[in-house]
Design a protein around this ligand. Structure first.
Ligand SMILES: [Zn+2]
Length: 340
């Protein structure tokens, strides 16, 4: 028995040296350690200071903080002013966040149709001036959803609100970040009554309104309505970024549209999407229209390190360094107005 190392007793190396098939150590791409990345969808202004620091520590170069979520409006029914407050809060704090953490922080502002808003026209009228701000780099997140929180919002009305935002985006040369609904993953058993169906998500699941879309695949139907809205608005599909891309909508978006697909991996426990889905999509369709985002927010269990972890995981899954760089850095720079 050969002993390649001066260890006191045999280690794995001793046995490996005796094999014909002894493997060469892998040629690790050290550049992945310092590869900058961009998170085009998060709600980092709602996270803790420490969580934002985690973005900086793990190499986040730029991010888009999305201020459109109804989760943060305390009043129901939701009024236009409640949403305006969310926009203004993000605008007010953005610069301090950049100063504290060094990454570039831009904003996405929009009207999310996950809860019915009393007077959406008021918001749409106000949005024009917000879209003109330098720090606003996209409209969104928005997109038709099959069911609302608390109160239903008819699907045609939702689609009209989405389309109106797409028209504004087109006027201002901005992209639109779509919220696409995920098909929920099968859980092994249900939870005790009164504790909600999704622990880890600060949402009163019992207050979900009856669906406004049914049929075989309402989640996909919603995305198709969003694409129809973009076409009616004259917004080029290359400026539509479908966040929460998943196994249910990838084929449609890739094969029947020119939209970008952004895979949300910051809460895989909830939506069942992770780096393997991203790798599969790259294998099948190439990296040209793929991005990765975290959607980290304070209302659910999310991971600010998710994107950095995915960089290593994509490499392990066989994706080339150039392709990884394209999906985590170059594609976001191409579509959103981030610094070069
Ligand atoms: Zn989000």
């Amino acid at each position: 028995m050969t002993t390649p190392h001066p260890t006191k007793r045999p280690t794995d190396a001793t046995y490996l040296a005796d094999r014909d098939t002894a493997e060469e150590p892998p040629d690790l791409p050290r550049e992945l350690l310092n590869l900058p990345w961009i998170d085009i969808h998060n709600h980092a202004h709602t996270l803790s200071w420490d969580d934002r620091e985690r973005y900086a520590l793990s190499g986040c170069r730029s991010m888009m903080m999305v201020a459109s979520g109804y989760h943060w409006t305390p009043y129901k029914p939701v009024e236009a002013d409640d949403i305006r407050f969310l926009w203004d809060d993000a605008i007010n704090r953005r610069e301090a966040i950049e100063r504290n953490h060094f990454f570039e922080a831009k904003l996405g502002l929009g009207v999310h149709t996950g809860v019915r808003i009393e007077d959406p026209d008021e918001l749409l009228a106000a949005m024009d001036a917000y879209c003109a701000l330098d720090e606003v780099v996209a409209v969104g997140e928005t997109g038709v959803v099959p069911s609302q929180h608390v109160e239903r919002w008819g699907v045609d009305e939702q689609q009209a609100v989405v389309q109106a935002q797409m028209e504004l985006a087109d006027d201002h040369g901005l992209p639109v970040l779509l919220h696409t609904p995920n098909t929920s993953t099968e859980s092994k058993r249900s939870y005790r009554d009164g504790l909600g169906v999704t622990p880890g998500y600060e949402k009163n699941a019992g207050l979900g309104a009856d669906p406004v879309l049914d049929g075989d695949n309402p989640a996909l139907e919603s995305v198709k309505r969003d694409v129809a809205a973009a076409r009616d608005a004259g917004l080029p599909e290359g400026r539509v970024v479908a966040s929460h891309a998943d196994r249910n909508n990838t084929e449609y978006l890739m094969e029947e549209t020119d939209c970008y697909l952004s895979y949300t991996i910051g809460h895989s426990w909830l939506v069942g999407v992770d780096a393997a889905d991203v790798a599969n999509a790259i294998d099948e369709y190439g990296p040209g229209r793929i991005m990765v985002d975290t959607d980290c927010a304070n209302v659910l269990r999310t991971d600010p390190y998710a994107l950095k972890r995915a960089i290593f995981e994509l490499y392990r899954y066989g994706i080339d360094v150039d392709e990884i760089r394209q999906v985590v850095l170059e594609n976001p720079r191409e579509v959103f107005d981030f610094e070069q």
